[in-house]
Each structure stands twice: as structure tokens, then as C-alpha cells.
Design a protein around this ligand. Structure first.
Ligand code: SAH
Length: 242
């Protein structure tokens, strides 16, 4: 059976791709993805055909993969980080119901929670919750409930999609929800452009975090009651006695 590969390319740099992701893309004719990811991959796979559709054209992008595969091409759908974490893997399976002769194989990638944690230190060493602040596909009331539940349970919280032009105060709103259960001094970290030009990270208190501006290439970490700053890094204590 012909199959399409759904490939997580990691945060951005070639070195942060898995060997399996690289080998899979090397074996493809056509690589389809959001323009940012296509631009990241083009220099490393110069002999491939690259196709893309803009943001909000995700269904179209998936159909494009299946149509290319129907023409006999070996196709990969690429996503930043992992394709199964706020990526295209789920939609590919849904659209794939209309193409019963074409199978799908997912190749995992390093998601921003994991690559960002490595930049900041070791914030996710305990239980943590990953929450997206994008209300494009999830109602804000649901996001709010999840933030409150995670904060009440003293989980470290990793926030994806913390901002956009339309949602500039969402991070502040999220911080205010967490502050119902956490101290203002709670250690937080912000990572930007992980594995890409302009990679940066910074530590804040929760009180400070609610005042900063972030963009859509940023992942935010809110520590729990066990998170401290050690040697300038954000570290959540696991509980070992030393
Ligand atoms: N599938 C991706 C997530 C897509 S949602 C993954 O697994 O990483 C997009 C959000 O992911 C961004 O708003 C940001 O919060 C985060 N993100 C993805 N790549 C990033 C990077 N290189 N640096 C910082 N944050 C990133």
C-alpha cells in the first residue's frame, strides 16, 4: 500500500531532527508543509519538490499530500516539533478517510516543550501539563478550565501559542488564573526561536511574566512550588535528598 509520512522536524535546526526524520525526508520526492517549516528544510534537502499552503489552509495542505501520493509520488507532510503535538497528524488521519488506498506513517520529532526545557534547564522533571493558548479551535472557557486544573494540582505548565496579534493579553490572563493557586514569586521561563536564528531564553517570576510581551515563536514555562533557579537555570526539584 502506498503511504504518506507525517514527519516532526523538531524545533528548527538540522541537528535537532531525528535520524529517522532525516532518512524519511531523504527518501521522499515531495515535501509538503507550512511555509516556515518548508523554508527551514529547503537548504538541507535541495533536490526535493517543496509545496505549501498558508496558515488556515490546513485541510487543503493535507489534501495536497494525498493528491501528490495518488500521482505516484513519495510524500512527506512536515510539521515543526512533533506532528502529533498541535500538529497535522490528527488532521491527516481525518482527511485520509477519503483516501482508503493510501496509508499513513508518523515519524516523531522533538516537541517545543522538550527542546525548550533543555534550553532553560530542567523545568519538566516532574508532572507537567502542556496547554495551548490558541482559541482558534478550542474555546477560551475550556482553556481556562485546563489552566485552573493544572495550577490547582501544582503541575508545571508549558504554554504553547502564548500570543498572536489578536490575542496579545492571553498570557497575562493565563498568569492571573495560575496566580489563584501559586505564589507571585513562582519561577517561570520563556524560550524563543528554539533551534533557529535568534534563539533566546529568559527567567521571570510569575508576577513579572504577566507583564511581558511574547510572540508566536515562544514557549512559556510556569514552574510549580518545587521550581527554583539553580546556576541561572530553571530547575524543578524532583525530591531527591542530597
Ligand atoms: N508541533 C509543534 C507545536 C506547534 S504549535 C511542536 O511540537 O513543537 C506552535 C507553538 O509551538 C508556538 O506558538 C510555540 O509556542 C511552540 N514552538 C514551536 N516551535 C518553537 C520553537 N522553535 N521555539 C519556540 N517555540 C516553539
Amino acid at each position: 500500500m502506498r503511504k504518506i509520512f507525517i514527519v516532526g522536524i523538531g524545533p528548527g535546526s538540522y541537528e535537532q531532527m531525528t535520524i529517522q526524520a532525516v532518512r524519511t525526508l531523504e527518501g521522499c520526492d515531495t515535501i509538503v508543509g507550512y511555509p516556515v517549516y518548508v523554508d527551514l528544510m529547503k537548504p538541507h534537502f535541495p533536490d526535493k519538490v517543496f509545496l505549501s499552503t498558508p496558515m488556515t489552509q490546513e485541510v487543503q495542505r493535507c489534501k495536497m499530500c494525498f493528491e501528490e501520493a495518488k500521482q505516484g509520488k513519495t510524500v512527506a507532510m512536515i510539521c515543526g516539533g512533533d506532528a502529533g503535538v498541535y500538529g497535522m497528524a490528527g488532521l491527516m488521519y481525518e482527511v485520509g478517510r477519503d483516501y482508503p488506498d493510501i496509508g499513513l506513517e508518523t515519524v516523531c520529532g522533538v516537541t517545543a516543550a522538550v527542546s525548550g526545557a533543555a534550553v532553560l534547564g530542567a523545568p519538566l522533571i516532574q508532572d507537567f501539563a502542556v496547554i495551548s493558548l490558541s482559541d482558534l479551535l478550542t474555546p477560551w472557557e475550556t482553556i481556562e478550565k485546563r489552566i485552573l486544573a493544572a495550577a490547582q494540582a501544582d503541575m508545571v505548565i508549558c504554554l504553547y501559542n502564548p500570543s498572536s496579534r489578536r490575542r496579545s493579553d492571553f498570557l497575562k490572563r493565563a498568569c492571573d488564573l495560575v496566580l489563584r493557586f501559586a505564589f507571585e514569586e513562582t519561577v517561570c521561563g520563556v524560550t524563543k526561536n528554539i533551534g533557529r536564528d535568534g534563539e533566546a531564553c529568559c527567567l521571570y517570576s510569575l508576577k513579572e511574566l504577566r507583564e511581558i510581551g511574547v510572540d508566536m515563536f515562544t514557549t512559556v514555562f510556569i514552574g510549580n512550588s518545587q521550581t527554583v533557579v539553580l546556576d541561572g537555570k530553571m530547575v524543578t526539584r524532583r525530591g531527591y535528598r542530597i
